[in-house]
Design a protein around this ligand. Structure first.
Ligand code: BES
Ligand code: MN
Ligand code: ZN
Length: 498
């Protein structure tokens, strides 16, 4: 799908050559003399159209308007949430009408978050998964023009970021949606390598031998119950000088989670194909980085394997040795995410990171706590937590911080190893985070539990592409704040800090 942004008045929109127009009508709307203004003015007057976000009024072959189809949509005060509601309300009709060429007209200037919501909303509402269908109905929408009252450099930048976010989100959705037999650790690693071909990244893929050499005994123990060989994927994006400490993203890449010997019940187990959504979000972020090329260094680490029951699988009570040297008693083989992440966190140390953020569909408990609205955020560092929260707000990809008091780790005590892989049921999202924290002691660290937010179930079953938006927003924020402290040469040639 191709997005472009252009200054467009309502009279300009009347001449627009697209198949269809969506006109977002927000409060304070001032009609001109053109046909669209007249239509909107009249519809508002007789109350067939309201400003309330999500009110939709369709028109067909309206006189004086070139596009055959027009949807007038109430957009409240034009806030980000209003735009999200408005676009979500009209997109089913756009999809049904098989529109290929769409123009979205904004009657008032939107703030950055709302503009981003418009782009993301059109993408979300037209997305279709096709990979494993024999006769897919692919996405009809090919071209989307965003018509804004005025276009300046700042708006253009917001728009470019939004478009890159969409492409990252869609890559994440694609990989998360693929069934586990079409998204094995090997295939995931190939996808990462493919990405690295097209932009300024490097991608290194480690297999079972290399991972054994590194001593990742915890990660290996999860993989040992599967016929699919594990992969450890290392992506590196260099947008800044080499000596600048990178942000490291670690994505949980369990391509299928049966629970292992502590097996899950059958109902909804298919959804455990989404257990690599953290990994998919890392791929999505890298895709967007390749498009935006910000001046920052980013490393992506993906431990990928299946969690299967087998004659060779780990058993409850088994003790394994992690790369950090800490021994772990595996009391529940279904708490496997933390077992693969802990070794990836230890591996992250070699990059001397500015920050490490892991992203994981880690606990059902987090879904219980926060539902599908906000991802769980844990952080050992307040500044990092604040930046991530803020990034989530900016990207409409929300998260909520949960505590990390040491008392929460009490349940992780073991008589047979340094630590157990599960505590009790109570506070399960937090004990999982406390487990991870033991392996993240040498850098500022944050953990995003996306168990509730990475996919939708029911009729709308499918990946959301979250938290690509949040992560990208955070990274771009870091890139611009670092740019300010970069040494600058003054006229005498001496370096000086801005
Ligand atoms: N992948 C699951 C977490 C999960 C479950 C995400 C359901 C989304 C929906 C994870 O590996 C897991 O099984 N966690 C266990 C941990 C427990 C054994 C301590 C859980 O949440 O039940
Ligand atoms: Mn599990
Ligand atoms: Zn899992």
């Amino acid at each position: 799908m191709n997005f472009e942004i252009t200054p467009l008045s309502l009279s300009g929109a009347c001449q627009d050559k697209s198949d269809a127009l969506i006109v977002l009508v927000s409060e304070g709307f001032k009609p001109g003399k053109d046909a669209l203004s007249q239509l909107i003015g009249h519809a508002l007057h007789v109350k067939d159209l309201e400003f309330k976000a999500g009110k939709v009024l369709p028109a067909y072959l309206a006189p004086g308007i070139h596009a055959a189809r027009v949807w007038l949509v109430g957009c409240g005060q034009g806030s980000a949430n209003n735009v999200k509601t408005a676009i979500a309300a009209v997109m089913p009709a756009v999809k049904l009408a098989q529109v290929a060429n769409l123009t979205v007209v904004l009657t008032s200037s939107l703030d950055a978050v709302a503009l981003q919501a418009a782009v993301q909303g059109v993408a979300d509402g037209s997305y279709v998964y096709t990979t494993t269908l024999s006769k897919p109905t692919p996405r009809k929408l090919k071209k989307v023009r965003l018509g804004v009252p005025a276009l300046n450099a700042a708006t253009q930048t917001v728009f470019d970021t939004a478009v890159a976010t969409v492409s990252g989100v869609e890559l994440a959705k694609e990989w998360a949606n693929r069934p586990a037999n079409h998204a094995t650790p090997t295939l995931l690693a190939q996808a990462a390598q493919q990405l690295a071909k097209s932009a300024k990244f490097t991608c290194q893929v480690l297999g079972p031998k290399e991972v054994a050499k590194l001593g990742m005994g915890s990660f290996m123990s999860v993989a040992q119950g599967s016929r699919e060989p594990l992969r450890f994927i290392v992506l590196q994006y260099h947008g800044a000088p080499k000596q600048q400490a990178p942000v490291v993203l670690v994505g949980k890449g369990i391509t299928f989670d049966t629970g292992g010997i502590s097996m899950k019940p059958a109902a909804e187990m298919d959804e455990m194909k989404f257990d690599m959504s953290g990994a998919a979000s890392v791929l999505g972020v890298f895709k967007a980085l390749g498009q935006l090329k910000p001046s920052i260094n980013v490393v992506g680490l993906i431990p990928a394997c299946e969690n299967m029951p087998d004659g060779l699988a780990i058993k409850p009570g088994d003790v394994v040795t992690s790369m950090s040297g800490q021994t772990i008693e595996i009391l529940n083989t279904d708490a496997e995410g933390r077992l693969i992440l802990c070794d990836a966190l230890t591996y992250a140390e070699r990059f001397k990171p500015a920050a490490v953020i892991d992203i994981a569909t880690l606990t059902g408990a987090c879904m219980v706590a926060l539902g599908a609205v906000r991802s769980g955020l844990f952080a050992s560092n307040d500044a990092l937590a604040a930046s991530l929260s803020h990034a989530g707000d900016q990207a409409l990809d929300l998260c909520w911080r949960l505590p990390l008091d040491d008392d929460y780790a009490d349940g992780l005590k073991s008589n047979f190893a340094d630590v157990a892989n599960v505590g009790g049921r109570a506070g399960g999202a937090i004990t999982a985070a406390k487990f991870l924290q033991r392996f993240a002691t040498t850098f500022p660290w944050a953990h995003l539990d996306i168990a509730g937010t990475a996919w939708k179930n029911g009729a709308a079953k499918g990946a959301t592409g979250r938290p690509v938006g949040l992560l990208l927003q955070y990274i771009l924020g870091q890139a611009s704040s670092r740019a300010i402290v970069k040494p600058r040469k003054d006229k005498t040639g001496a370096s000086k800090r801005a």
